[in-house]
Design a protein around this ligand. Sequence first.
Ligand SMILES: [Fe+2]
Length: 399
Amino acid sequence: MPKDEIFQETVTRVEKPSSHYTLLRDPNGHFLGATEDGFATFDYVDDKAIWDTDGETYRHVGTDRVVETESPRSKDGSYLRHGGKWIASDGSLSDTAALFTPGHGPAHMPSEYLKTFRENGWVCLPSIVPPDLLEELERTSGTGRWESGEFDRSIPPLLQTSAVAKIIAEPVTLWLMRQYMGVQDIRLGHSPGFAVLPKDDGKRNVQGWHSDFPYLWGIAGRTKDRIPVHQVEGFAMGVQRNLCVSEFRKENGATCFKLGSHAFGEGPPAEWGTGNANKEPGHREARGLPYTGPDADVVEAPPGSYIIYDSRTWHRAGVNRTPHKRAAMLQAVVPMYMMPFRDTSGPYKRFLHSPLIDELNELEKRELESTMVSRMLSPDGPLAITVDDELTERIRFPE
Ligand SMILES: [Fe+2]
């Protein structure tokens, strides 16, 4: 194929927002919000927990209610006042003040993101990750401002920096995924991993078109063991949550999608170049790149953006035509009734016994546990599911 006929994907660009809303957290990490009835704290973020600030006061976007702060504000937070009363740690108006910490929030209202997600099967939350966490992920992945560094593949990213646990607990996307899949109880399909894409050398195989876990449509040899191809509306058994650590651009290998294909009820067509076929040695030399034409889409997004999409959506990694590495952090997320792809209990247990756990607030700790530990019921109470060495030995080496 002549060079100018490749990379013709249609670009959808999500711009860097000019401003972000604010989230106000109590010391346990719960979010201050408001309803028509008054203030309260919540363990999730929807529109109720969204604030605007002029630098002096906070305005609750949904109700227009304004709270004043004890001046001067410090980085440890502020005491908040409304109508001459302090706001207590449970959000009630009181004579006792509690400390609330302002933090980086979404650029748009959670309900707007949910509407887009439900309508289109994907949504991008531009620059949702706080700048300090983003730089920490660049450092750990050896990309961006830390490109001279190297990603240490021998240790799961979760155990290298608390920033990974914090982005797992990112509250707006957790809320969106719970709403989209219709269950409160959701799990990570695997411990989050970095996908670092170096400059293309013109020869290296390129990932083929596929749907993500748990569907894995288009990945030869795996489909029969997973979810049969089917069409169903309004019911999703998986959402992929990908964090753009680097800015995502067509030139640096941003993910290519067939947007809207989650609703097709089938995997990507073989002629587009699917899954494993593209992994075989020499495939690119013999068969060329997978489909890169205008019927495919590229979503461009600023660094720190979360792109979440219905796992059925056909996609593949892009081709990096810049000299700089492009990094993403990938997370397959499933309802509790799906078996995770990999064991998450092991990495979680190691995290629990590492000093990184102390860098999380109580809500982040709770979200990490609920998304990484699968449970079964017993008459005595819930049981945590984990790997059994003896039984693993049996299934690997049957007598
Ligand atoms: Fe994928």
